[in-house]
Design a protein around this ligand. Sequence first.
Ligand code: ASP
Length: 590
Amino acid sequence: MLDSLGNLKRTHYCGALRATDAGRDVTVMGWVHRRRDLGKLLFLDVRDRAGLVQVVFNKEAKPEAHAKAEQARSEYVVAVEGKVVKREKANPEIPSGEIELVASKLYILNTAKTPPFPIEDEINAGEETRLRYRYLDLRRPKPHRNLALRHQIVLEMRKAMDEMGFIEVETPMLTRSSPEGARDYLVPSRVHRGQFYALPQSPQIFKQILMIAGLDRYFQIVKCFRDEDLRADRQPEFTQLDLEMSFPRQEDIFGVIENVMVRCCAVAGVQVQAPFPHMLYQDAIRKYGSDKPDLRFTMELHEVTDCFPPEAKQKLQIEGNVFALAAPGGAAYSRKQLDELTEKAKSVGARGAYFVKIAADGTTSTVEKLIGAEKVKKLAEACGAKIGDLVLAVSAKQEIKGTEAAALVAGQLRLHLAEELNQIDRTKWKFAWLTGFPLFEWSDSDKAWVSAQHPFTGIVDEDLDKLETAPWEVRSKGYDLVLNGYELGSGSIRIHREDTQERIFKALGLTEEQLRQRFGFFLDALAYGTPPHGGIALGVDRIAMLLSGEKSIREVIAFGKTTAAQDLMAESPSEVDKEQLDQLGIKIKE
Ligand code: ASP
């Protein structure tokens, strides 16, 4: 027979009891974490959101409570009345370890099936099982801590934004397609058969319209939806801190975000200093081979094309530039390790990988015969290589107009080697602003120039004339915020003139008709006195992930989806009744 909660009132959280509570009569409620029966004495560890407390049942002193405790099993829901006493021998492993609770009464409020994995931080259940039984997974201390930290971060964001005069405004979830470059999640309309809403890829157009509406400073902690290939740090729905402001200079937007980030980091116990350094996109690519450089270690790239004479280039089939870096400690790599590195290089798009080992007893190189000792020396020097270093130079399989393909390959190997050679200082928090992005990038799948960010991104004034003639040379007024090798967010000063916006849409290949159909309402709005404006959006999940020391954003999302975009607990997506489909006028094609 189960007990009822009746008028029982909890007085304390289990995990919050401390030595200063000794002598108090308390009532706690929670889950049975573990039971140890020593005959005369029976111990239950009872757990709640705050942690564990050890509860003692004495057969002689309280036979009724003891008898009931014998029925308790793992994950039963209980309430305990008793007195807090100091333990003779404290347990330093748990925060409440200096005390225990001597029970006078036990209420069993509910039973539980045996869980598929223990409710502890150390479990070896696979992620699928954890996601399927997410309510049990979330009972563990670490997910609790992560969700609590995420809450603190979001709260701090709201406070900071409010203090800086931003107003949180909600924008629609049922809307029309917004161009952030991913596929839309569509929602069929029942009332308007054959028509669809799109879930927003971002509130981009709405926040710009709020500037036209004179709101001046908008923000929103908002869900966005993008149907794209998933990775560890991506989800089909994710949360952004989205903001927009009128009449801003770039540095005003940076200042707002720096303030927010310094405060959010402080909430997680991480001290960072503003302002954050700036870097040009081109420099980031040439120095780090990435548009989101990890600056916790150096291992900078150097262009060493000159070290490869024409005959060597021909033999090695090198087209385009060659980039190299020195990896500290890599001179100790074996033949086998170099072979693996070459394989790795090829898998990320290298045509070839060429090595120089700087050992105490001399320098050796896999390309010495081809380029000669002099050039080998020059190559090592260009990278600033020291004794013990491995110099790795790479060429790329394919050169794409407007990119440094070899640098991008070298950048991936830089990360790989830094990890392998333990070069990453995990106590560092390295923010950077990236600017000077190209407005367009070449899309291999579309065989066309597409917006590198979204089509509302402003254009560097001097480059406006190249829009139709040399699109790859046009620089944008966009910027990204990067932290420890992750892109935290991006934004831009926007286009606020209708004529320029129309030119961009046309440069992107939209016909007059498509343009009217997709963006007509926005172009109309732009014509009614649009102030210069700009903004940014930061990924809240990524920020919470990094600040809680996790490697996957699923660890900071209560009900995340798998990399196949499924919710294993709620079993979505799912099929729906034929009746529902009929109402929507939808027939599923086989
Ligand atoms: N809408 C953009 C994004 O979601 C951010 C921005 O430009 O403000 O990436």
